[in-house]
Design a protein around this ligand. Structure first.
Ligand SMILES: COc1cc(O)cc(C/C=C(\C)CC/C=C(\C)CC/C=C(\C)CC/C=C(\C)CC/C=C(\C)CC/C=C(\C)CC/C=C(\C)CC/C=C(\C)CC/C=C(\C)CCC=C(C)C)c1O
Ligand SMILES: C[S@@+](CC[C@H](N)C(=O)[O-])C[C@H]1O[C@@H](n2cnc3c(N)ncnc32)[C@H](O)[C@@H]1O
Length: 327
C-alpha cells in the first residue's frame, strides 16, 4: 500500500515537472525542431497523437515519454548497482567493447546521447587519456639524450591530457545526469566533459558538430526511433560515425530460453529487492522484446541516411553494436 502511494506520488511529481519544463524555453530542452536536409521544419515529421508501446502496454506517444521519464527518475540512484547485479558485470565488458570499436583518434569530439550516469563518457575519457600518455611516452623515448629536467618539463607542460578530445553527455533525465555528475567528481573527471539536458529526438546542437555519436541502451526508450536516428545524422560531421549498443535478438535457442526465464523470472525480482521498483524492471525486459532485430535495426539506420552500416552481435545476440557513417 505504502509502495503504491509513494509510486503515485513519484508519478505525479514527474509529470508535473515535465509539464513545467515543456512550457519553459530554457536552452537545451526541446530547443530545436526536427529539420529536413534544407534546414526547413517538416511539419509531417512532427509528432502525431498516435499510439505506441511502453513495454507490452499500448499507450499514447505523449504518455510514453512521461512514463519513460518516470522510470529513469525512479531508478537513477540504484541504476549502476542494478546493472552490475543483473548482468554480473557483463554490461561493463559490452561498454568497453563499444569504446574499443570507436577507437577514438586524438581530438575526437564525441556526443553520447542518452548518456545517463556517464558510463560511456568516462570510458572514452580514460581511453583517450591513456592513448595520449602513451603517445607522449613514445615521443620521449624516441628523443635521445634528454635530461630528466627536460623530461619532467615535458610532462608538466602537458596542459591537455586528453589531446583535444571532448565528450558531451546528453540525456533527457535530470536525475540520471545528477548521478552522472556525482560519479564524475568521485572519479576525478573534470576536463573535456559537459552535461546537457536534451531529447535525442530534438538535439540541442548545431549540424555537423561531432566526430562520433554514441547511444548505449538508450534508443530502445525513445518514442520516435527514426527521428532520433535522423538527429544523429544531422549533428555528425561528414565522415562522422554512429555507434549504438542496444539489446538485440538472441541467436542461440538454448541461450534464448534461459535468457527469457532469467529476464522475466529474475530481473523484476532483483528490481524489487534492490531498487524497490518491480515495474521499471518489468518495463526493461518488455522493452527489450519490442526492439527490432539486428537486421531490422540496420535497415532503420540506413533509412536515416547512414552508409557502410554493419553490426556485431555480442553474448549470443543479447546485445549488438551497430555502426554507420555519415558520408
Ligand atoms: C529501467 O531500464 C533500465 C534499467 C537498468 O538498470 C538498466 C537498463 C539498461 C541495461 C543495461 C545497462 C545492461 C544491464 C544488464 C542486463 C539487463 C542483464 C542482461 C542479462 C544478462 C547478461 C544475463 C544473460 C542471461 C543468460 C544468457 C541466460 C543464462 C542465465 C542464467 C545462467 C541464469 C538462469 C537463471 C534462471 C533461469 C532463474 C534461477 C536463478 C536464480 C534465482 C539466481 C539468479 C541468477 C543469477 C543472478 C545469475 C545470472 C547469470 C548470469 C548473468 C550469467 C550470464 C551468462 C552469460 C551471459 C552466458 C535499463 O534499460
Ligand atoms: C538504460 S539508460 C542508459 C544510460 C547509459 N547510456 C548507459 O549505458 O548506462 C537509458 C537512458 O536513456 C535516457 N533517455 C530516454 N529517452 C531519452 C530521450 N528521448 N532523449 C535522451 N535520453 C533519453 C534515459 O533518461 C536514461 O538515462
Amino acid at each position: 500500500m505504502a509502495t503504491h502511494r509513494s509510486c503515485a506520488l513519484w508519478s505525479y511529481c514527474g509529470l508535473r515537472w515535465l509539464r513545467v519544463m515543456r512550457c519553459c524555453p530554457f536552452p537545451g530542452f526541446r530547443s530545436s525542431w526536427p529539420r529536413g536536409p534544407l534546414g526547413v521544419r517538416h511539419l509531417s515529421q512532427e509528432k502525431q497523437a498516435t499510439e505506441t508501446h511502453f513495454g507490452f502496454e499500448t499507450v499514447s506517444e505523449e504518455e510514453k515519454g512521461d512514463k519513460v521519464y518516470h522510470v529513469f527518475e525512479s531508478v537513477a540512484k540504484k541504476y549502476d548497482v542494478m546493472n552490475d547485479m543483473m548482468s554480473l558485470g557483463i554490461h561493463r565488458i559490452w561498454k568497453d567493447m563499444l569504446v574499443w570499436k570507436m577507437h577514438p583518434f586524438p581530438g575526437t569530439q564525441l556526443l553520447d546521447v542518452a548518456g545517463g550516469t556517464g558510463d560511456i563518457a568516462f570510458r572514452f575519457l580514460n581511453y583517450v587519456e591513456a592513448q595520449h600518455k602513451g603517445k607522449l611516452k613514445r615521443q620521449l623515448r624516441a628523443q635521445q639524450n634528454l635530461s630528466w629536467e627536460e623530461i619532467a618539463r615535458k610532462y608538466q607542460n602537458e596542459e591537455d591530457p586528453l589531446g583535444g578530445s571532448r565528450v558531451v553527455v546528453c540525456d533527457i533525465n535530470k536525475e540520471m545526469l545528477k548521478v552522472g555528475k556525482q560519479k564524475a567528481r568521485a572519479q576525478g573527471h573534470k576536463a573535456g566533459l559537459a552535461w546537457v539536458l536534451g531529447d535525442a529526438e530534438e538535439l540541442p546542437f548545431d549540424d555537423d558538430k561531432f566526430d562520433v555519436y554514441t547511444i548505449a541502451f538508450g534508443i530502445r526508450n525513445v518514442t520516435h526511433i527514426n527521428q532520433a536516428l535522423q538527429e544523429a545524422h544531422r549533428v555528425l560531421k561528414p565522415g562522422g560515425r554512429f555507434l549504438c549498443l542496444e539489446f538485440s535478438q538472441v541467436n542461440n535457442p538454448l541461450v534464448s530460453r534461459l535468457y527469457d526465464l532469467y529476464s522475466f523470472q529474475v530481473i523484476p525480482v532483483l528490481g524489487e529487492v534492490i531498487a524497490g521498483d518491480w515495474k521499471s524492471y518489468q518495463y526493461l525486459v518488455e522493452s527489450i522484446r519490442q526492439f527490432p532485430s539486428q537486421e531490422e535495426f540496420k535497415e532503420m539506420i540506413q533509412d536515416a541516411g547512414f552508409e557502410k552500416v554493419t553490426y556485431e552481435s555480442l553474448t549470443s545476440g543479447i546485445v549488438a553494436i551497430h555502426s554507420g557513417f555519415k558520408l
